[in-house]
Ligand binder design. Structure first.
Ligand SMILES: C[N+](C)(C)CCCC[C@H](N)C(=O)O
Ligand SMILES: O=C(O)CCC(=O)C(=O)O
Ligand SMILES: [Fe+2]
Length: 449
């Protein structure tokens, strides 16, 4: 039960710790074993119930998102904890979790440490002794009680601890998702939301957002083909993110702006506003008119391709996730003078589980590379080439023809878009949305986002 690394770590803190924390290892081990808690048969069952939310979350995550195949099913239903020199160790369902004592003191939810009306911390963390150890511990069926050296008592619900552990987070997805190629998306037969229902019924909005979160794209159909109705439909979801392109935009191939988007040329797959420090979270497209040929929209799940790179060549994935590059937008036409620079890696990942949360991919807007030391440059191009190869595989492409009435929401941190060249008059309107507010709406409807 006691991992060797922890025995080793026991000495680390001793250097600066208070006398009460320093003890020879034999005494330590004796102490540790007396402080080990095991639930009785009766409470075994209870602890399973207490901790059930964590377990079901892990299982659901595993079933819902192909990305998280590695999630382990719980092997045991017993709950077991141990107070070690450095931390509290809690085992449950095959998961061993560790809670540092400073962390435990910092996360005290007593009335004096935490304002549960505002969900804000009252405790001034800078006053917590960094070598703090509990002076006393007690456990009942559901809770752990720690008494700190100054006499303050903290009560932790064991299930709360289990749900807030690093190890639990590491095993679950921050954002459960289904990564797709064109077959997977087609077979999922995701139905579009309908304008009337979408505007009035929260369940319809929730269904729409669930699909959007899972696939990174979602459609609303039956929307009146006007800029105003497009604005109305987006405001049902979130706030609009105003940029130098305006709030709502409605553009044709008139080259009114210094960018290829304002031509009839084909555009290869890309994410927009890669040249912002925070690229726009969501892009909305509504084609109000097209009298001509071509002009289909291309959609590619960037997370699927990134996952292919991770599976096939982890070193390439690591380079794309670690090395920052620049994107730049320099516009110099009549009234429009803009210079934007965004710096960041192609793949933005959470370091604890390598989950990709944002892809920045725009070969048109990629700036001069001077952020990579010369001996990494070639390897970076190799990695970038592999990602490009994955993104360009025909089986990963979803082609749709946007028509008046059909509004497309694209997760611009995940799904790349492009377009076929076209002829004739084509009018596309839309906007960007602030990501935080989209996720806020989703959470307010009970979705994990
Ligand atoms: C959507 N709207 C036409 C307003 C802007 C287009 C921006 C195009 C730019 N190259 C980018 O990829 O960010
Ligand atoms: O014209 C289109 O379909 C999309 C152009 C584009 O990439 C954009 O506006 O961001
Ligand atoms: Fe674009």
């Amino acid at each position: 039960m006691e991992p060797v690394t922890h025995r080793v770590n026991m000495f680390r803190k001793s250097v600066n710790s208070e006398p009460s924390c320093i003890m020879p290892v034999y005494q330590k081990e004796a102490e540790a074993s007396t402080r080990t808690g095991r639930l009785t048969d009766r409470s075994h069952r209870q602890s399973y119930c207490i901790l059930a939310p964590l377990v079901s979350r892990l299982i659901r995550t595993q079933n819902e998102a192909r990305y998280w195949q590695c999630t382990a099913a719980p092997q045991s239903t017993s709950c077991h904890w141990q107070l070690q020199e450095e931390c509290l160790e809690l085992s449950y369902g095959g998961l061993v979790m560790h809670f540092d004592y400073v962390w435990l003191r910092d996360h005290c939810r007593s009335a004096s440490c935490y304002n549960s009306k505002t969900n804000q911390r009252n405790l001034d963390t800078s006053h917590v002794e960094l070598n703090i150890c509990p002076a006393n511990t007690r456990v009942d069926d559901e809770n752990l009680f720690l008494t700190w050296p100054d006499g303050h008592v903290t009560k932790y619900n064991l299930s709360w601890l289990a749900q807030n552990s690093y190890e639990g987070l590491k095993q679950s997805a921050m954002q459960p998702r289904i990564i797709w190629n064109s077959d997977i998306y087609a077979n999922a037969k995701v139905s579009p939301a309908n304008w009337d229902k979408f505007m009035t019924c929260d369940d319809e909005l929730k269904k729409f957002l669930r699909n959007f979160l899972l696939y990174g794209i979602a459609f609303v159909e039956g929307v009146p083909p006007t800029v105003e109705a497009t604005e109305t439909v987006t405001q049902r979801v979130s706030l609009i993110r105003e940029t130098m392109y305006g709030k709502m935009w409605n553009f044709t191939s008139d080259f009114s702006r210094g960018d290829t988007a304002y031509t009839k040329l084909a555009l290869d797959r890309h994410t927009d506003t890669s040249y912002f420090q925070e690229p726009c979270g969501i892009q909305v497209f509504h084609c109000l008119k097209h009298e001509g040929t071509g002009g289909r929209t291309l959609l590619v799940d960037g997370f699927y391709s990134a996952d292919q790179v991770l599976q096939k060549t982890p070193d390439n994935f690591e380079l794309l996730a670690r090395v920052p590059i620049k994107h730049e937008y320099i516009e110099n036409v009549s009234d429009h003078r803009n210079h934007m620079i965004g710096i960041g890696p192609v793949l933005n990942v959470y370091p604890w589980n390598n989950e990709v949360y944002m892809i920045r991919y725009n070969n048109y807007d990629r700036a001069v590379i001077n952020t990579i030391p010369h001996d990494d440059v070639n390897r970076w191009y190799v990695a970038h080439r592999q990602l490009t190869t994955e993104l360009r595989k025909p089986e990963n492409e979803l082609w749709v023809k946007l028509k008046p009435g059909k509004v497309l929401f694209i997760d611009n941190w995940r799904v790349l878009h492009g377009r076929e060249s076209f002829t004739g008059l084509r009018q596309l309107c839309g906007c960007y949305l602030t990501r935080d507010d989209v996720l806020n709406t989703a959470r307010s409807l009970g979705l994990q986002a």
